[in-house]
Each structure stands twice: as C-alpha cells, then as structure tokens.
Ligand binder design. Sequence first.
Ligand SMILES: C[S@@+](CC[C@H](N)C(=O)[O-])C[C@H]1O[C@@H](n2cnc3c(N)ncnc32)[C@H](O)[C@@H]1O
Length: 267
Amino acid sequence: MLALTHASLATVDQLFRYKKQQFTLELFPGYTPDQWGVKAHNRPWIVEAGKFLVGQKIIEVGGAYSLLPKYLHDEYGCEAWIGDDFGMKEGDKLWSRWGNPHHLPKKYPQVKYIFENFGSYSEKFPDSYFDCIFSVSTLEHIAKNKRIDVFKDMNRCLRPGGKQLHTIDVSTNLDYILGCLNNKDTEQKLSEIESWIDVIKESGVSVNTSIPNTLSLLDRKILVESPDVVYRFYPPNNCPKAYNPNASLLLVIENISDPILEKTTLF
Ligand SMILES: C[S@@+](CC[C@H](N)C(=O)[O-])C[C@H]1O[C@@H](n2cnc3c(N)ncnc32)[C@H](O)[C@@H]1O
C-alpha cells in the first residue's frame, strides 16, 4: 500500500542546520557550496530523510548533472541511478545547456544513467526495484497533464518497504495565493499544494498526514529561493531579472507492506 506520510514546507531553520553540518558535494554545473537557496536545503534533506543503507537501489528522477546520486554511492554504498532524458526527446535545449549529457556515464561510472523520462513506463526502469526514488526541483517542470503518469510510473518502480522523497518548487506569489483563498468558485480552485496532493491521490496513494496550509507559504520562516541563486544560476546567468521566489514542498511517500506500520511517519 502506498501512503503519503509526510508533507511540509522547507524552513530557514532547517537550512541553517544543514549549513552548520557543512553538507557539500563535488562541484557540478549550477552547484557551488556557497549557495543558500532551496537546493542547498533539499539535497541534505534527501540524505537525512533517506536514511540510506549499503546496497540500496536509489534513483534521482530528473537528476540532470547532479552529483547527489554519486555522493549516495560513495558515502553509503548505494546502487545509484539517474533517470532523465535532458529534454532530448522534445528538443528542449534548456536541460542540456550545461554540456553533453552523453559524456556523463563515462565521467561518473558510479552512476547508471538512463536517458529516459518517468511517465512513459519504460522497461529500463524495472518494476518494484528501487528502495528510494527521489526528485529535487523537477516535478514542477512536468506538464500538468503528464503528472499522474509520472507518479504512477514512480509508484510502479518502488519496491515494498521503499520510499519516495520529493522536493517541489511552489509559487509564493501573493496574488496567486490570495486568489486561491478567495476565489474558490473561479477556475483557480486549488492551490499548487492542493493540486499536488490531488495528483498523488489520483496516482493511487492514500494520504496519512496533514497537509501544509496554503497561507503558510507567506510565513517568513518558510525558505524561498535565494536572490543570489536567482541572479547567478537562473537563465540568463549573472543577470538582473524578476524575483518571484518559490518555496519548497517536501513530500514522503512510503510503500508500506505491513498495515500495522501504516501510521508510521519518518519524522
Ligand atoms: C531543474 S532540473 C533538475 C535539477 C536536478 N535535480 C538538480 O538537483 O540539480 C529538471 C530536470 O528534470 C528533467 N525532467 C523533466 N521531466 C522529467 C521526467 N518526466 N522524468 C525525468 N526527468 C524529467 C529535465 O530533463 C531536467 O533535467
């Protein structure tokens, strides 16, 4: 049985804690250890929530150039995969702008790269195989009409006892949030948070946890993308641009085979 067992918004307090622990990865495009943005929170959160063990099979969905899977191989002895077609099928060059993705398997033989996306039920992603399927700032880039299939596909590949960890960027735009709260009768019925929970439920996951209130996106303790990351790494790099920082929704889905454990949460 699949259950959503944790849903929260990333906080500044958590980021401070991860910074104090000095979590760092090897350098890769878009990553520098001096950042204080959403991903500086999300990657150590994945490591903490994953409680990884030797031999576990893990995959980053939309891992792109990230060396977090390599870190999980090197530090924890996990079998590390990345599933990401880098936008190649649809000819979207945005996701391969940091260099030819096909050079990655030779450069990082510790990681198994599958140049395919989740959502098309590819045989290259085996059924009931992974102990942990995770994503960092990826799912919000997937078209709304494809999201249910992406979750169903990830659910298919999760083994009994395994878990999914997802960090999803969500808008903190004031007009949007007030619109969601005030205009329940208009087409803007669901907030982004509520929409994600709906998609997850429709993919066959039951909800065993409380869901963050949309209004809490305006709490100043909630972490949003940092100005330096937007300035330096959002395209076009190192340029002024509109600052509409996203918050980060943290979700844990567990494949609970024992009904007695159904109420267990990770935190
Ligand atoms: C913002 S990047 C992710 C960054 C990366 N997770 C990191 O931490 O550096 C989004 C990635 O998601 C990938 N992507 C989009 N849809 C996908 C899908 N259905 N399955 C797997 N990857 C997908 C894109 O190709 C792109 O590389």
